[in-house]
Design a protein around this ligand. Structure first.
Ligand SMILES: *[C@@H]1O[C@H](CO)[C@@H](O)[C@H](O)[C@H]1NC(C)=O
Ligand SMILES: *[C@@H]1O[C@H](CO)[C@@H](O)[C@H](O)[C@H]1NC(C)=O
Ligand SMILES: *[C@@H]1O[C@H](CO)[C@@H](O)[C@H](O)[C@H]1NC(C)=O
Ligand SMILES: *[C@@H]1O[C@H](CO)[C@@H](O)[C@H](O)[C@H]1NC(C)=O
Ligand SMILES: *[C@@H]1O[C@H](CO)[C@@H](O)[C@H](O)[C@H]1NC(C)=O
Ligand SMILES: *[C@@H]1O[C@H](CO)[C@@H](O)[C@H](O)[C@H]1NC(C)=O
Ligand SMILES: *[C@@H]1O[C@H](CO)[C@@H](O)[C@H](O)[C@H]1NC(C)=O
Length: 352
């Protein structure tokens, strides 16, 4: 290993525990959708019975829009009688930008999609999956009463027994995509206000996801318990004001810089598919056959299958690179090449 390489690894391993973040990106109002890509394809990833519309069709069919209150709606088609073997139209979007380790995102949500066959999620993923990791902040299926959160990674990352979190409902501790049918290291958000009609009836809530070198943490606050430090349009966030997170995956058992690369945020609403459509899981809260009895025919089952979002904001640490803009990969790799060249020159000079 070169001298420069050694210096590099030391810098990466050194603990950089910072709790102070500043806003770098605001997705809200009429410009919300400007910086997201629409999937525009059938669900070729999780086998859901959906067509994820492209941007033009999504706006035209009014499955994605900003409503009169300035909130963002993303929904499943609830106007079409779908006939076999067709899929139902829905939305899947991901941010054009990627966010590095050392960032934090807050989503203020008034309503999440729910009902039999419905599988909504607000999550993040690296471009390279599973090598670059996935963080699920909010995920739920069918008529369940609580949502879950999880990490999905390459083998070697587990949920630590020393995690500092409020949830005692730990479903799986191994985050590897290779085992447990890729369930991930899943934790249940132990409040009825985390999904379904109960979430909406409480005015929804706020999810905070911290993607830090020392670990990944998720907080959930219902509408009446949002800390004053993140009310309004907070330009900075100090995570020490948020209390104990509901879910926490310390780096001691999952080296964040090893298992995670920059993340793109994603909203999607699948129907049936690998999770909601799994016969055993489906039967836990719904009757009949997922596709035949719910996706097909009468669309009124989907009147509640929508996200209503006030904002998504991303924060970073002052002086650090947080946002990797779409199309910036080339200049970034150019910068890495330059760094290696400069490092090699310094190494040579030092060796002399
Ligand atoms: C899914 O479809 C998209 C868009 O056509 C394509 O880019 C991608 O490679 C497909 N993925 C898989 C796993 O088939
Ligand atoms: C879903 O759950 C709610 C509340 O528990 C219940 O009232 C409703 O009947 C359930 N719906 C179905 C389709 O099972
Ligand atoms: C996770 O655990 C909770 C509590 O034990 C349980 O209600 C829920 O069904 C489990 N979820 C999954 C996806 O296994
Ligand atoms: C909202 O959260 C607070 C704090 O966790 C809790 O005491 C309260 O019962 C919750 N309200 C509802 C309606 O769930
Ligand atoms: C919130 O603040 C950010 C930057 O501080 C700004 O770009 C954004 O427009 C604000 N959003 C609202 C809804 O006021
Ligand atoms: C978690 O990390 C601790 C400390 O490094 C180690 O002793 C323990 O075996 C790990 N637990 C698991 C489940 O990997
Ligand atoms: C679709 O659901 C929305 C509520 O989410 C409702 O306002 C609308 O009337 C429904 N559309 C139809 C055709 O029933």
């Amino acid at each position: 290993m070169s001298r420069f390489g050694l210096l590099c690894s030391v810098a990466l391993i050194a603990p950089v525990v910072k709790a102070q973040y500043q806003i770098v990106k605001d997705y809200s109002g009429s410009t919300f959708f400007d910086d997201w890509n629409f999937y525009g394809n059938f669900d070729n990833l999780t086998h859901g019975n959906v067509n994820y519309l492209d941007e033009i069709d999504a706006f035209h069919d009014k499955l994605a829009f900003t409503n009169g209150a300035g909130n963002v709606i993303m929904r499943v088609d609830n106007t079409t009688d779908v006939a076999a073997p067709q899929n139902r139209n829905s939305i899947r979007i991901s941010t054009k930008d990627q966010f590095t380790v050392g960032s934090l995102w807050i989503a203020d949500i008034l309503h999440v999609p729910y009902g039999c066959s419905v599988w909504p999620a607000f999550w993040s993923s690296a471009v390279e999956w599973p090598a670059g990791g996935e963080i699920d902040t909010f995920e739920a299926v069918n008529n369940e009463s609580m949502s879950t959160m999880a990490l999905h990674t390459a083998p070697g990352c587990v949920h630590s027994p020393n995690a500092v979190q409020s949830s005692t409902l730990i479903n799986q501790t191994d985050c590897s995509t290779d085992i447990n049918n890729n369930e991930g290291c899943t934790i249940t958000n132990p409040t009825l206000a985390s999904y379904g009609a109960a979430f909406a009836n409480n005015g929804g809530g706020v999810y905070v996801t911290e993607f830090a070198v020392d670990g990944i943490s998720i907080w959930f606050f219902n509408r009446s318990s949002i800390p004053s430090s993140i009310q309004g349009n907070a330009s900075s966030v100090d995570t020490s004001t948020l209390g104990i997170p509901v879910g926490n995956w310390p780096a001691s058992n999952c080296t964040v810089t090893e298992f995670f690369q920059p993340q793109q945020l994603v909203f999607d609403i699948a129907l049936c598919g690998d999770f909601a459509g799994n016969a055993q899981i489906f039967a836990e809260t719904c009757s009949g056959v997922c596709y035949d009895d719910w996706v097909l025919g009468d669309p009124s089952n989907y009147d509640n299958a929508y996200f209503e979002v006030q904002y998504v904001r991303v924060y970073g640490q002052p002086g650090e690179l947080t946002v990797i803009q779409s199309g910036a990969q080339r200049s970034l790799s150019l910068r890495s090449v330059l760094a290696v060249v400069v490092g090699a020159i310094i190494g040579t000079i030092m060796a002399l």
